[in-house]
Structures are given as structure tokens and as C-alpha cells.
Ligand binder design. Structure first.
Ligand code: GAL
Length: 415
């Protein structure tokens, strides 16, 4: 069996971590995260390997579930019982929420020139009051479309620019015996699709007013009704096997020439790459229909808890934070992950065509925090919104008008 390079890399590192004896001053750092797909594990392994070289031991606490919903539930339970892990993957406004409870370690001791090396879009999510309390790995683009080039060429299709074209391309592909649009009917995936529809229908400013500022006018309501209507029109093109299908399975279907399109954040590229696919040759990376000028972002960050078992782990916590911010690690991690580095002082030349495009688009486009990825709201509001969106998508009796009313309630009830 021929193993891909990143996979070999992963295997070797896993073996080394398991067998090498730790120096006596080594400390353990337990980290809770949801990076369990092949490419996510490979990327994370870059960090684990580097930490091990520094004599510290990574203690894995991985909770399966793309999007991180289950991981956050486990984290809350651990924290409530007074036993949080040393480190955890927490994103967006939830960072400030955890920090306001006094649970997070300020990262002041790190010798980082935060405002210079990270863009303001990133640092705004890292700060609580005057301190930085989270360290970023990357920036993911969420509103992205992935096309299987062989299928598009065979059927002489052009990349869809509108949702109608997207639906029609999906129908043509499925008539030819493939899956047109590989979606997984999990609430967070439904919300991710909705997010792209809303951005296309409402534009980034109105998206921001509604989902970030929670300022919803009657004219916004009308636009939202239209967006829900458009969203509903996508439901019939979702295939029968899509219930609870994971995002990485969808990526694999695309890689194996079984599906024509996937609409998902650019973590998909990590999987496609690990499966040996090459951008522009085997697949196309594009903006979701109508999303051309908007970059919906998702920033992966780790935080560090003050009170956790093993108080000697402070040194290891700091080493982990420094490792994540290290330029070499940011390059290696993001090459495998599909994202672009959070650091802005890294040359795009280290990355492939799709990531170079993302680096350019992040600079030029209107940036909005991803609703589906917990960058726009705290987990409480996000979960309530995701429930409304996914329930609407999967229950044809709910009207677009009712869904809009439910969105109002979800926002009001969780503020
Ligand atoms: C996101 C996370 C990404 C990604 C994806 C699928 O929430 O931020 O890094 O890998 O879930 O697991």
C-alpha cells in the first residue's frame, strides 16, 4: 500500500510520541478539540510533534463531530465539574464568554507582537478586555464551493454562478448517475449552506446587521423570507443517503468521482489533498454561488484554562501557545488543513493555488464572521439559530415566514 506523504508523516510522529521517553521536566497538556478527520489529524500532528520535541506531552481529548457542537457540550460539563482541560478549541464570541467567567489564562507572557503579526479581524476575537486569551491557528473560508473537474468536463458544465444554476448543475449531474451536490444533513451543515444563501441574497452588510448586530428591520424580514425560500429550493437536490453524512465523507465522494459538488468550508481541501487530488487539475475551488465578493471567515483558536488538574502544566500550556503561533508551524499546519495562516507575515508562496486565492480574497473582499461556525454569536445564540435553520430545511410544512419569526425568537431569547 502506498501511503500519502502527510499520512506517513503522521504515522511516524504518532509512533515517536508513543515510544520516546519524556525528559523529567516534561509536562502534560490536555487539549480538547474536534479535529478527527484524516486531514485534521495530520495537521494537528504537526503541533503535537513539535511539542513532543520540546519535551512536553500532548494528551489528546478529541470529541468526534465536525463543527464542534459535541466538543462544546463536553467542555461545559468538564468546566462545570471544576475539571476543565489545560487547553481547548474555542472560537469566536465564546472566547470572551469563557474569559468573562475568569476561567481563561491571559497569554500576556507570550512574547508576541499580536497586532502586527495577526490581522485585526483575527485579534478582535483573541482579546478579552486588555488581554489576549486565545491563540489562532488559521483563517478558514466558509462560503466555498468545490467542483469535481472530471464530472464537470464530462458533462460540459460550467461552474454555477447563481443558486438556480447550482440546482440545474446538480440535477444534470445526478441524471448522469452521480451525486449532484454532496451535502450531509447535520444541523451545522444545513446552517453552513443557509449562510451562503443568505450572503448571496442579502449581501454582506445586511447579513452583518441581522446575524452579528441582531438589528432586524421589516425590510430585512422580507429579504430573509426570500432567502429561506431560496434555501428550501435546495432541499430536493439533496440525495437520500445524506442523512447524518459527515463532511469528510462528502469530500471523499467528490475525490472518488462519485459526487460533482460540495459546498463547505475550505477544510475540505485538506481532505482532497490528502487523497492525492490537485487543485485546478482534479477539482476547482470557488466561491459559493453569489458569494464572489464576500469572505465568510472561521478562525480556529485554542484557549488555556487557569484551573485544571496538573498545575505544573503552565509551562506546557505556554509552549503549546508558542508552538501554534510559530511561523514554521503555521505554514506546515495550514498546508495540511486547507486554511490560510492566521499570521499575515507569511509568504503566500508556501501555499497552493486555492490557498493563494483565499489569501488574496481575504485581503480584498468584505469579511463577515461565519454564522454556522460560531464566529458571529455565542454558542447559545448560534445553537438556537442553527435549530431554526435546520428544522426549516427538513420540515417542509414550516413556511419561510414562520422561520423568520422563529429566528427573531431565537435571537431575543438568547441575548
Ligand atoms: C470547524 C473547524 C474547522 C474544521 C471543521 C470540520 O468548526 O473550525 O477547523 O475542521 O469544523 O471539523
Amino acid at each position: 500500500m502506498r501511503l500519502s506523504r502527510p499520512f506517513c508523516h503522521w504515522l511516524i510522529a504518532a509512533t515517536l510520541t508513543a515510544t520516546s521517553a519524556s525528559p523529567s521536566w516534561a509536562a502534560k497538556v490536555e487539549a480538547l478539540h474536534w479535529w478527527t478527520s484524516d486531514s485534521e489529524s495530520a495537521a494537528l500532528n504537526v503541533v503535537k510533534e513539535s511539542l513532543a520535541k520540546q519535551g512536553h506531552q500532548w494528551q489528546d481529548f478529541a470529541i468526534v463531530g465536525g463543527g464542534g457542537g459535541s466538543a462544546m457540550t463536553v467542555l461545559r460539563t468538564r468546566a462545570m465539574s471544576g475539571n476543565p482541560p489545560a487547553s481547548a478549541q474555542i472560537k469566536g464570541p465564546d472566547i470572551q464568554e469563557w474569559a468573562s467567567l475568569g476561567l481563561l489564562q491571559p497569554l500576556t507572557p507570550l512574547a508576541l507582537d499580536w497586532e502586527r503579526i495577526f490581522p485585526a479581524t483575527v485579534t478582535q476575537h483573541l482579546r478579552y478586555q486588555s488581554e489576549h486569551v486565545a491563540i489562532p491557528f488559521n483563517i478558514h473560508r466558509v462560503n466555498a464551493l468545490w467542483l469535481n473537474k472530471a464530472i464537470f468536463d464530462e458533462l460540459k458544465l460550467t461552474p454555477p454562478q447563481t443558486w438556480d444554476e447550482f440546482i440545474s448543475a446538480s440535477q444534470t449531474i445526478s441524471q448522469a448517475g452521480y451525486i449532484g451536490f454532496a451535502h450531509g444533513l447535520q444541523p451545522w451543515q444545513d446552517a453552513l449552506l443557509f449562510e451562503s444563501v443568505v450572503i448571496a441574497e442579502l449581501g454582506p452588510q445586511v447579513y452583518r446587521q441581522i446575524f452579528v448586530e441582531h438589528h432586524i428591520t421589516p425590510s430585512h424580514d422580507q429579504k430573509l423570507v426570500a432567502a429561506f425560500r431560496q434555501f428550501r429550493a435546495l432541499r430536493p437536490i439533496v440525495d437520500d443517503q445524506a442523512i447524518d453524512r459527515n463532511w469528510d465523507t462528502n469530500a471523499r465522494l467528490l475525490a472518488e468521482n462519485k459526487a460533482g459538488m460540495v459546498l463547505m468550508g475550505n477544510w475540505v481541501k485538506g481532505e482532497l489533498q490528502l487523497l492525492g487530488l490537485v487543485p485546478e487539475k482534479d477539482y476547482l475551488c470557488l466561491a459559493a454561488p453569489g458569494n464572489g465578493q464576500t469572505f465568510s471567515y472561521n478562525i480556529d483558536t485554542f484557549v488555556f484554562f487557569k484551573h485544571h488538574q496538573g498545575t505544573d502544566a503552565k509551562q506546557a500550556q505556554q509552549a503549546l501557545a508558542e508552538t501554534i503561533a510559530d511561523p514554521e508551524i503555521q505554514i506546515a499546519f495550514n498546508q495540511l488543513k486547507g486554511s490560510i495562516p492566521a499570521r499575515q507575515d507569511i509568504s503566500p508562496a508556501h501555499f497552493d493555488f486555492c490557498s493563494q486565492q483565499d489569501i488574496k480574497d481575504f485581503k480584498q473582499f468584505e469579511r463577515v464572521p461565519s454564522l454556522a461556525q460560531g464566529m458571529a454569536n455565542t454558542g447559545l445564540t448560534q445553537n438556537a439559530l442553527v435549530d431554526v435553520i435546520s428544522h426549516f430545511f427538513n420540515h417542509p410544512r414550516v413556511t419561510p415566514e414562520q422561520a423568520v419569526q422563529q429566528l427573531h425568537v431565537a435571537i431575543k431569547a438568547t441575548q
